[in-house]
Design a protein around this ligand. Structure first.
Ligand code: NAI
Length: 711
């Protein structure tokens, strides 16, 4: 039995000292593990009969690295660096046996060992850059010594792990094996001793390859998109370049840069999002279940854009899917779309033909609703029409056993009302997937008034199965994401157009701020008609006064639907995505503005960004105050994973904290005076600003139960 208080064990197998460390779930190198490893190593090196030491995981993962929570304070000794020094100085060879993942500090531990043997399924990487951190336990110094400076820089800047075979080709591991890693690793130790191969401290190796300016800018260029607006890469380059210096000097530069990165706003924001993504699936009061219901067979009703995408997501997760559409032609179109989607993944080398075929074979098209009967869950994705959806849901309710989840993918309709069209509203909820369903990481789970926690628990299982970030939303106008987009961000962008900014000015300013794509380009991509239809439905819930989206709705009316019709806010050339300004649109906007007595003026980029982002924050605070979202950090997950808000700024609510809520309120009041009612400051921001508090503190207090839930 594993003793959780002793994550590290030491045994002697003849002349091999065997150190096993086991700290589930990811074998994080926390203080206890580091202490255990250091003690075990000391025992091994003191033992006269030991001629080689093997470090291996007791589970199926070498180590996913440091415990991120430890980064918030000073690290307790022994540090990873002290442990690594002890390994490198050991008088006998120390071998790392790598299974599963060796990431971050986990890989850095292995880099300090004298030899590395990996299982063929292992993956190795330094993903620190994704958290805005420079690898700080020798990664930038030892990796270049083992594989050369260029491949090392590429690996650290990409952050993506590499497969064992690739690691072997690069010289990162000495041997790759299949079968039982433990046995192979012990044999490897024995053969080292037999061949009299002694310790081989990585720090004593010299770096091959030269990092000149053009190589660096070429590598940076390859990662420019992922690193847009970021600064950590400069610190990484600096540290990797220092690997040609004597080890102690290089390590000092690495340490300084790693500390700088840890204290940076960018890293704080990225770590905030990382934790927010892990927190979002936690819901208070969920039932303790003895067994988890199986989700093997999924029925999806409506084989349009969304239904087809959702079908692929489940097929990718190994589930069998029945995709139902009453329209034969729609079903045929869906089949073609799914096939061409998989074909393009194969072409790009993302999937093998064999896997693509297997996934496609899991999706079967049907035209009769009765075919849902065997499904473990059903998801409705038919046209956005209340009566139609009610009919479909009620049929699903009568066809499926009463314990099966029934979900609607509605983007605008009341989930509560839809649920009440069935005899079991308790098992109905919204699963709001985003386009493209296969790629978007976000899944809004909409809880109707009658949805039970048992139902919610199944929806959270679904999110986990699909590897998506679930965010639970109340059932209200636009849920979380669309409410903030429509009432906050996009509305302000349109207002700025009416006041004289051009679509390209607004888009470029927000893209420079860090959004993946500006609001008008997003509208043109998704289709202006899609937005108009959503608003028509939403207005049945609550209306908004003019000039709410007068421009987008007029474009829809004129058939300027966006990229698909070659005209929208911009003009497009056949088959191209580049957006060209269109004087006709400028004229149209001027007309709409003058009808409303709005006089155009020059608007600076700073004002564009400030207004769009503050509007987003203000509506976000209202969503929190109304209890539609549970945590400010949930909103950050929605916006970073579903709406292109720059991750390195942490999401709108975290960003508000970094601006300071007193400043945020002051500016919102300023715009309230200038632009009127819709800028009315959210009560929650005013309260937090008055208390000199932050959204992060508000989340923390609620978690601790200090504040009562607003719902
Ligand atoms: P779509 O128009 O592409 O597809 C709807 C499909 O439902 C059509 O193939 C139609 O033949 C089928 N259908 C209609 N009545 C049916 C019935 N009684 N039984 C079976 N199939 C039936 O629509 P899309 O874009 O896929 O949207 C579906 C749902 O997803 C809507 O509620 C929409 O609001 C929502 N949604 C759409 C997003 C988008 O951007 N397209 C994003 C998120 C949600």
């Amino acid at each position: 039995m594993r003793d959780a208080s002793k994550p590290v064990t030491y045994d002697e197998l003849g002349f091999v000292g065997l150190i096993r460390f086991d700290n589930p779930p990811v074998n994080a190198l926390n203080h206890q593990v580091r202490t255990g490893l250091a003690e075990a190593l000391a025992r091994a090196t003191k033992s006269p009969q030991i001629k080689a030491v093997l470090i291996i995981s007791g589970g199926n993962m070498f180590s996913a690295g440091a415990d991120l929570k430890e980064f918030d304070g000073p690290l307790a000794e022994p540090s990873l660096q002290q442990l690594q020094a002890a390994i490198e100085m050991a008088p006998v060879p120390v071998v790392a046996a790598i299974s599963g993942l060796a990431l971050g500090g986990g890989l850095e531990l292995a880099l300090a060992c004298h030899y590395r043997i990996a299982h063929k399924s292992a993956k190795l990487g330094l993903p620190e850059i994704t958290l805005g951190i420079v690898p700080g336990a020798g990664g930038t110094q030892r990796l270049p010594r083992l594989i050369g400076s260029r491949p090392a820089l590429e690996m650290i800047l990409s952050g993506a792990p590499i497969a064992a075979a690739d690691a072997m080709a690069k010289g990162l591991v000495d041997k790759v094996v299949g079968g039982d890693l433990g046995d192979s690793a012990i044999n490897h130790c024995k053969s080292l001793v037999h061949d009299r191969l002694g310790p081989r401290p990585t720090r004593n190796l010299t770096v091959s390859g030269n990092l000149d300016e053009s190589t660096i800018s070429e590598i940076l260029g390859a990662h420019a998109r992922a690193l847009k607006g970021r600064t950590t890469q400069k610190l990484v380059v600096d540290a990797v370049r220092a690997a040609v210096l004597p080890f102690a000097d290089g390590i000092a530069i690495e340490a300084a840069n790693a500390n700088k990165s840890l204290a940076s706003r960018e890293s704080l924001a990225l770590r905030h999002v990382f934790f927010a993504e892990r927190e979002s699936g936690k819901v208070e009061g969920l039932p303790q279940r003895a067994t988890q219901p199986e989700i093997n067979r999924v029925a999806i009703v409506g084989a349009g854009t969304m239904g087809s995408g959702i079908a692929m997501v489940f097929a990718d997760a190994g589930r069998s899917v029945t995709l139902i559409d009453t329209d034969d032609a729609a079903l045929a179109r869906s089949g073609t779309a799914i096939r061409s989607n998989y074909a393009s993944s194969v072409k790009r080398g993302r999937l093998s033909q064999e896997i693509a075929d297997e996934r496609m074979s899991r999706i079967r098209g049907r035209t009769k609703l009765a075919d849902v009967a065997a499904a473990d869950i059903a998801i409705e994705a038919v046209f956005e029409d209340m009566d139609l959806k009610k009919k479909v849901l009620s049929s699903l309710d009568s066809l499926l056993p009463a314990d099966r989840l029934i979900a609607t993918n509605t983007s605008a309709l009341s989930v509560t009302e839809l649920g009440r069209a069935t005899a079991h509203a308790s098992r109905v909820l919204g699963l709001h997937f985003f386009v493209p369903a296969q790629a978007s990481k976000l899944l809004e789970i909409v809880r109707g008034k009658d949805t039970t926690l048992d139902t919610l628990a199944i929806a959270l299982d679904v999110a986990k199965l699909l590897k998506k970030f679930p965010v639970v939303s109340g059932d209200a106008f636009g849920f979380i994401g669309n409410r903030m987009m429509l009432d906050g961000y996009f509305r302000e962008a349109e207002q700025l157009l009416l006041e004289g900014a051009s679509p390209q000015q607004v888009d470029t300013a927000l893209e420079q701020f860090g959004f993946a794509m500006g609001p008008q380009r997003v509208s043109d991509l998704g289709g202006n008609d899609v937005g108009t239809k959503v608003r028509v439905q939403l207005f049945k819930r609550e209306s908004r006064p003019d000039p709410y989206f007068v421009i987008a709705d007029r474009l829809t009316k004129l058939g300027r639907l966006g990229q698909k019709t070659g005209r929208g806010f911009y003009r497009y050339l056949e088959g191209r995505r580049d957006a060209f300004p269109d004087p006709d649109v400028d004229k149209l906007i001027e007309e709409l503005a003058s009808e409303r007595g709005i006089v155009g003026r020059e608007i600076g980029d700073e004002e564009i960004v400030e207004r769009c982002v503050l509007a987003l924050i203000n509506v976000g605070a209202m969503v929190l105050d109304d209890g539609i979202a549970t945590r400010a950090s949930d909103i950050d997950v929605v916006w970073t994973s579903g709406y292109g808000f720059p991750r390195h700024l942490g999401g709108p609510m975290f960003y508000a904290d970094t601006l300071g809520l007193a400043h945020v309120v002051k500016r919102i009041r300023h715009y309230h005076e200038k632009l009127g009612y819709y800028w009315c400051p959210a009560g929650l921001i005013e309260r937090l600003a008055a208390e000199n508090s932050t959204f992060e503190q508000w989340d923390r207090q609620r978690k601790a139960g200090v504040l009562t839930l607003a719902v």
